[in-house]
Ligand binder design. Structure first.
Ligand code: TXA
Ligand code: MG
Length: 319
């Protein structure tokens, strides 16, 4: 299959073309403010099955459902007062909420991997416009091969999924460059995946603390959170100071820790900047001439929590 790329233009051609593919159960690579998603019709068994197949994603790992607005979301999931407040405050935006499924939701059961909860988000940009155009929810995991680094440009999507999907929409690099924050609201608020929205902002709207899901839990609450993930092909070493870099390693600096002629996540030590370019850097450094990627220490405050989570998993033993 040939993969066509369409730039987002004003004439709406992309919307018509992507809409037609999605309506027929096909897949489209679509930019969002976080990362590029691999979108399919969440109500279509064929569409959802195609997502798992194209990504090589295990069937037990459920997908995030993307909606045009809260009204559409409320037909799929049960929103309590907390969920309503958060949707009001942060949608459209980088917050995914895990909520009980609403009766008569109409989603393909593969979206939730057969479970009784759904992860739901109203994104910014073309994915939201497509959901509105089709008046349908769209399932969209990050548009990478399963386990690989998430894509933050249309070229990244083509690198991973070229030949497997008919269309990629190109809207340039993602503004945030890191996935959405996933919050489980079925009981006390539980952070399943730290992400582009920091926990403190959520806490200030909720007026209560948010707990971080315990990685040592034996039953994974969010299956995609456990295995080695977000990983480049070459090994990754963390908390490396410039004088600890080994021959053949590429160094990714941060703040005062950097090596001339090597890359840095943020020369000024800005965590937001680092979070936004991490995936782009990992993909850029991942190549046959590099033995490993060594990464400078990064403070774990604010977005640093999300960054640390991705780095640990990029460095985790491969399964
Ligand atoms: O920013 C994002 O969230 C991007 C864009 C495209 O929206 N999407 C994304 O999807 O990162 P994905 O599939 O790469 O990661 C979704 C995570 C997985 O770890 C999955 O296990 C978890 O969400 N998840 C999905 N449904 C869930 C559910 N019902 N309960 C708990 N975790 C769930
Ligand atoms: Mg992903």
């Amino acid at each position: 299959m040939e993969t066509l790329t369409l730039k987002l233009d004003d004439d709406g051609h992309w919307l018509a073309q992507a809409g037609a593919i999605l309506r027929a159960g096909g897949l489209v690579g679509v930019p969002t403010e976080t990362v590029y998603g691999l979108a399919g019709d969440a109500t279509s068994d064929a569409g959802v099955a195609a997502i798992y197949l194209a990504k090589g994603r295990p069937a037990h790992n459920p997908l995030i459902v993307h909606v045009a607005d809260l009204a559409m979301a409320a037909r799929l999931a049960v929103f309590d007062a907390r969920a309503l407040m958060l949707a009001e405050a942060f949608w459209p935006g980088p917050l995914t909420m895990v909520l009980p499924l609403y009766t008569g939701h109409g989603l393909s059961s593969a979206v939730t991997a057969g479970g009784q909860s759904v992860a739901i988000r109203c994104p910014q940009g073309p994915l939201r416009a497509l959901s509105a155009e089709l008046d349908r929810a769209l399932a969209a995991p990050s548009a990478n091969r399963s386990g690989h680094v998430s894509p933050t440009s249309a070229q990244h999507v083509r690198d991973d999924l070229g030949g497997r999907i008919p269309l990629v929409l190109d809207d340039g690099p993602c503004v945030l460059g890191l996935e959405s924050t996933i919050l489980d609201l079925r009981a006390a608020p539980l952070l399943l995946r730290p992400g582009a929205l920091d926990a403190a902002s959520i806490e200030s709207v909720l007026g209560e603390p948010v707990l971080l899901a315990d990685k040592s839990q034996s039953a994974p609450v969010s299956p995609g959170l456990l295995a080695s993930h977000y990983a480049p092909r070459v090994p990754v070493r963390l908390d490396v100071l410039p004088d600890g870099v080994l021959p053949g390693e590429a160094y990714l600096g941060f703040g005062q820790h950097h090596l001339d002629s090597h890359h840095t996540l943020s020369a000024s030590g800005d965590i937001g900047e680092a979070a936004g370019c991490l995936y782009t850097m990992l993909r850029a450094l991942d190549g046959p001439l590099v033995r490993a990627i060594a990464i400078a220490p990064i403070p774990q405050e604010g977005l640093g929590l999300a960054l640390a989570n991705r780095l640990q998993r990029a460095a985790a033993a491969r399964t």
